[in-house]
Design a protein around this ligand. Structure first.
Ligand SMILES: *[C@@H]1O[C@H](CO)[C@@H](O)[C@H](O)[C@H]1NC(C)=O
Ligand SMILES: *[C@@H]1O[C@H](CO)[C@@H](O)[C@H](O)[C@H]1NC(C)=O
Ligand SMILES: *[C@@H]1O[C@H](CO)[C@@H](O)[C@H](O)[C@H]1NC(C)=O
Ligand SMILES: *[C@@H]1O[C@H](CO)[C@@H](O)[C@H](O)[C@H]1NC(C)=O
Ligand SMILES: CC(=O)N[C@H]1CO[C@H](CO)[C@@H](O)[C@@H]1O
Length: 497
């Protein structure tokens, strides 16, 4: 799961849309911007009977207004196969995309469940997937979309379910990766009487408007494959920026990047959107490098940092600019995208469509709303220590105004308040384990050192976003199974407390 950058390939996806900027470890989809679903997960075959069955829970629209009694139906899934009467209850927290029932059949958390006799639930996040509290996604309705409301949904689901299913004495453990990883940590923080412990994977617990460190980690992750790789990417990106200043070159650029219509650059938003879309290829691949996401139905997982850096070093493809274009074209091919739509205006139209049938309703519109009103997390090119250029913070902040009428000042205040409310890096709690991967750009906003013996970090050298959550594979780096076992030991210990 993730967070913003998830955007990425995003673009590559021309026609349809969706996608988010984050990460989505447990969800079907992928990122935002460019649109299209390039890697949307398929609902898995329901072979084990029942675990993919959609169940519905009656939830309050506004948990913070006792006078508002409006209700809606929230989707959830259950797996009772491992449940023993004395075992715990596991709650997988949904994030910024549709909940993917593949997680009810596979994933590391179920291995833990099997050993511990856990009853397993997964609750979809309000406003994503089929969990639709309002008739549409108008900006007015989106005021009911926030992490605080989502945490209150979890608390209410838990209390009612414990009661109706007679689970009174069992300990609940929250799981999540990426943004839901933060929710897992925060659910323990804010509802310690309900949540006994949490596994908060790749969780960006610190909100920040500007997040230039993301691309710095991308640079380091590319360099760890091949020291020259980020330099060649930088050269390519700089060449492209230069070409964008000369409209005479637009016919060539249109052809080189297989654009859907002739490139038009009228504003800084247009060029920023185009450049961000192309950088997105690299951002996405780094974020999910070698993760075992295939089980979720995600395709294109064989495109890795190694593959990108090999292409960027391949002089038979031409100069660095031409290699960059070749990468964009083979990404499109890998994700079956016919052509690239890099018009900021089309993006604006998609993002402001408030219909549940709209092109960004898969999560793009909702997640960007959450970034504008809670988290920021804007992956800007504002650091000198990274290879891309042309999409500065102001481009991202402008989108909050364009899509939701949220000003830069409002955004800054909202982000400060998020850290005030949850504590940012300074979480004061216990029984939360915080795994992070060194390749994953999100670790820069995560907890990477033990805060206390009760708040251990688990650092996994060489792995990407949410790696420890995916089902084990024989080709996993050896430190990954060790990390999974280490996390399990904490669970075992805490469940005896
Ligand atoms: C477009 O590309 C062709 C072939 O690569 C090249 O000869 C030509 O100079 C380019 N045009 C411009 C305006 O850069
Ligand atoms: C990835 O897999 C697809 C289909 O399985 C294949 O066509 C493609 O060549 C592979 N790409 C790379 C870079 O290995
Ligand atoms: C929103 O998207 C839907 C589905 O693509 C489309 O039918 C509708 O016309 C769009 N609404 C607006 C206002 O563009
Ligand atoms: C945008 O917000 C400002 C104040 O924050 C408000 O005065 C204005 O009416 C809003 N515009 C729209 C179109 O909602
Ligand atoms: C990349 C990174 O930030 N890794 C950190 C993850 O957590 C461990 C603590 O277990 C830190 O030592 C790492 O620096």
């Amino acid at each position: 799961m993730a967070v913003q950058r998830s955007e990425s390939l995003r673009s590559l996806l021309s026609s349809v849309t969706v996608f988010l900027l984050l990460s989505l470890c447990v969800f079907a989809e992928a990122r935002v911007k460019g649109f299209g679903k390039f890697s949307e997960g398929q609902d898995p075959e329901c072979t084990t009977g029942g675990v993919c069955e959609e169940l519905w829970f009656t939830q309050k629209l506004d948990h913070f207004n006792g006078a508002d009694s409006r209700q809606w139906k929230q989707r959830f899934f259950v797996n009772e196969a491992f449940s023993r009467p004395e075992g715990p209850v596991f709650l997988m927290i949904g994030g910024e995309g549709p909940a993917n029932a593949a997680w009810m059949q596979d994933g590391t958390w179920l291995k833990y469940a099997e050993k511990l006799g856990a009853l397993c639930f997964m609750l979809e996040h309000r406003f994503y997937g089929k969990s639709r509290p309002t008739s549409d996604l108008s900006t007015g309705n989106l005021r009911f979309l926030s992490s605080r409301q989502a945490l209150a949904d979890l608390a209410h689901f838990l209390s009612v379910t414990a009661e109706t299913r007679g689970l009174g004495d069992r300990h609940w453990v929250a799981f999540g990766g990426s943004y839901p990883g933060s929710l897992a940590a925060w659910s323990r923080l804010k509802y310690p009487h309900l949540i006994h412990g949490s596994v908060a994977t790749s969780a960006p617990v610190h909100a920040t408007v500007n997040f230039p460190e993301y691309l710095e980690v991308v640079r380091r992750s590319l360099a760890s494959e091949n020291a020259d790789c980020p330099k060649i990417v930088e050269e390519a990106s700089n060449t492209l920026v230069k070409l964008l200043k000369d409209p005479e070159t637009y016919d060539n650029i249109t052809k080189d990047f297989n654009l859907c219509s002739k490139l038009q650059i009228q504003t800084e938003m247009d060029s920023a959107y185009f450049l961000e879309t192309l950088a997105g290829n690299f951002m996405d691949v780094v974020q999910y490098n070698e993760d075992n996401r295939g089980f979720e139905g995600v395709t294109g997982t064989n495109i890795t940092i190694k593959v990108l850096c090999e292409a960027m070093s391949d002089s038979s493809l031409g100069d660095p600019y031409q290699r960059y274009a070749a990468v964009a074209r083979f990404m499109m091919e890998a994700f079956s995208v016919k052509c690239l739509d890099v018009s900021f205006n089309s993006y604006l139209k998609e993002m402001t469509n408030a219909s549940w049938e709209g092109p960004a309703a898969g999560g793009g519109r909702q997640w960007v709303y959450q970034t504008c009103t809670e988290f920021g997390f804007y992956q800007s090119t504002d650091s000198p220590d990274q290879p891309f250029s042309g999409f500065p913070l102001k481009y991202h902040v402008q989108q909050c105004a364009d899509f939701f009428n949220v000003s830069a000042d409002q955004l800054a205040e909202a982000v400060a308040e998020t850290n005030e409310y949850y504590g940012g890096y300074d979480i004061r709690s216990s029984r939360i384990v915080l795994p992070n991967g060194s390749i994953d750009p999100w670790h820069a906003l995560g907890v990477t050192q033990d805060i206390s013996p009760e708040l251990p970090a688990v650092f996994i050298e060489g792995t990407a976003h949410c790696a420890n959550m995916y089902p084990a594979r024989s080709e996993d780096l050896p430190q990954l199974p060790l990390a999974r076992d280490y996390i399990f030991l904490f669970l075992q210990k805490w469940l005896n407390q």
